[in-house]
Design a protein around this ligand. Structure first.
Ligand code: HEM
Length: 264
């Protein structure tokens, strides 16, 4: 007899999905919401932070608010992990620093992803919503500003350790096996820098496709400032060392070539 035939007609024996003990489902945290889930996450307040359907200037406005608010939360989370990572670099705990940076990047990547949700907004719909934004500008985004304030301090923590080890950036890359953990921190800083540039690039493209690249933003500044800011790098030394390494390798190759009797 097959297993299917054996169990045919018998009541199911699997465990119930909900706990039997009612006490376990009663809320025990302080608050007035029906469940501990809602009390802990303060969902009543969180979900009241968006305009009601009657208040919305356009049905797309909820999406607009949700994307912006969720971005602020993700950027807040990103900055928090990066701050912890800065502390870890300061104490020489590079493994922890790298772990925290990786976590922060996962959050930052989601904030970048969210920009693409806004690409589904059409220019005319955006202008209806924009009429209610006042002088509101992403230049005042607390989340993004906190990343910009943190970035140099994160760099200081790293360069402080480099000074302590008595090596230059080029030496760190040349002797990467010897300074593996600190080298990994340098690479993570570069990852962070690249992600900030990616955020700015995708955001700039979003602004271009919705309001255009040759107009003024909500604060009267030209949208072209987005391109200028996008070109900015956080850790110039880490990018420039690549040029130095290539130049050194090229010079060495030339010398070897000449040594073999070839002219360059
Ligand atoms: C329809 C969507 C959006 C448009 C059309 C838009 C447009 C703009 C424009 C024109 C600027 C330049 C400054 C100004 O004139 O205000 C700006 C800056 C900025 N916006 Fe947005 N934005 C959008 C969505 C977002 C979202 C979802 C975020 C996420 C937090 C964001 C974050 C920023 C940041 C951080 C800046 C400063 C850029 C920098 O430092 O390079 N924006 N935005």
């Amino acid at each position: 007899m097959t297993r299917k035939q054996q169990t045919k007609g018998k009541p199911p024996t699997h465990q119930p999905l909900v706990p039997q003990n009612r006490e376990m489902t009663e809320p025990i945290l302080a608050g007035t919401a029906a469940t501990d889930y809602e009390r802990y996450l303060r969902t009543d307040e969180l979900l009241a932070l968006q305009k009601s359907p009657e208040q919305r200037s356009h049905p797309d406005e909820l999406m607009f608010q949700v994307v912006h608010q969720a971005s602020e939360l993700l950027l807040k989370g990103t900055a928090n992990e990066l701050e912890r990572s800065r502390e870890a670099i300061g104490t020489g705990d590079y493994v922890r620093a790298v772990k925290l940076m990786d976590r922060s990047f996962r959050m930052l990547d989601r904030a970048i992803d969210l920009l693409h949700v806004l690409e589904t907004l059409t220019p005319y719909e955006y202008h209806i919503i924009r009429a209610g934004l006042g002088h509101g500008s992403g230049l005042d985004s607390p989340g993004f500003l906190s990343l910009l304030h943190l970035a140099p301090r994160l760099g200081q923590a790293f360069f402080g350790q480099l000074d302590g080890a008595g090596i230059s950036v080029e030496q760190l890359y040349r002797r990467n096996n010897e300074f593996l953990a600190l080298h990994e921190v340098a690479e993570k800083l570069l990852d962070f820098d690249e992600r900030v540039q990616l955020f700015r690039f995708h955001h700039m493209k979003l602004a271009h496709r919705i309001i255009g690249g040759d107009v003024l933003g909500t604060t009267g500044r030209p949208v072209d400032i987005l391109r200028q800011r996008q070109e900015h790098v956080l850790y110039k030394e880490l990018w420039e060392v690549r040029n130095e390494i290539t130049a050194r390798v090229n010079a060495k190759t030339r010398m070897q070539d000449q040594g073999h009797g070839r002219s360059g």
